[in-house]
Ligand binder design. Structure first.
Ligand code: SF4
Ligand code: SF4
Ligand code: SF4
Length: 176
């Protein structure tokens, strides 16, 4: 069994106070709590005050290339680009990058072991927009998920280039 840790976000409860950004950035500064700077936070809150929309986004992994299939979201009649709510650090924007070095920032659940009060953004979100959740997951499920991922990737390539071309490439590679 593997322990899965995640933070669930209830956007309807987020007031846009940004306490989560402040506490995350302060906790991760060296020495701890010696600087507060939201641009160094691993959680950022997307703001659209006019439409009363606040969406906390937690930093995920770095990707080497920006995606090319950007979706558009319509919320309360307003259109938003996928980048607004995207958790990854990618070359096309500076969100979730360390401002001085440009190094990607990723949520580490406040380290291992975490502080006694748990992930700090959750502990300090007094409006309960963030909830820390732990659950056990079978290792097998993870293996199955990986297998599914691989299958989907192969299906995608076949759809894009055709079975014959993919087969030719595999034949060539297997002779290397
Ligand atoms: S602390 Fe909570 S309510 Fe405040 S901005 Fe962050 S998620 Fe929203
Ligand atoms: S930030 Fe935008 S371009 Fe980059 S991966 Fe996310 S959605 Fe794609
Ligand atoms: S869990 Fe910790 S590291 Fe992750 S966003 Fe919240 S405060 Fe930052």
């Amino acid at each position: 069994m593997k322990k899965i840790k995640k933070i669930e976000i209830d956007t309807s409860k987020c007031t846009g106070c940004r306490t989560c950004e402040l506490v995350c950035s302060a906790f991760h500064y060296e020495p701890k709590y010696s600087l507060v700077n939201p641009t160094r936070s691993r959680i950022r809150v997307f703001f659209d005050e006019e439409n009363d929309l606040y969406v906390p986004v937690i930093a995920g992994p770095y990707v080497e290339a920006e995606c090319d299939g950007r979706k558009a979201y319509t919320i309360k009649g307003e259109k938003y680009d996928e980048c607004c709510f995207c958790p990854v650090s990618c070359p096309s924007r500076d969100l979730f990058k360390e401002p001085d070095s440009g190094l990607p920032l990723k949520c580490d659940m406040c380290g291992e072991p975490p502080p006694p009060e748990g992930p700090l953004c959750v502990a300090w979100c007094l409006d309960d927009a963030l909830t820390y959740v732990e659950r056990e997951e079978e290792e097998e499920e993870e293996e199955e998920e990986k297998a599914d991922e691989k299958e989907s990737a192969i299906e995608y390539l076949i759809k894009k280039y055709g079975l014959e071309e993919i087969r030719d490439i595999l034949d060539r590679k297997s002779k290397l």
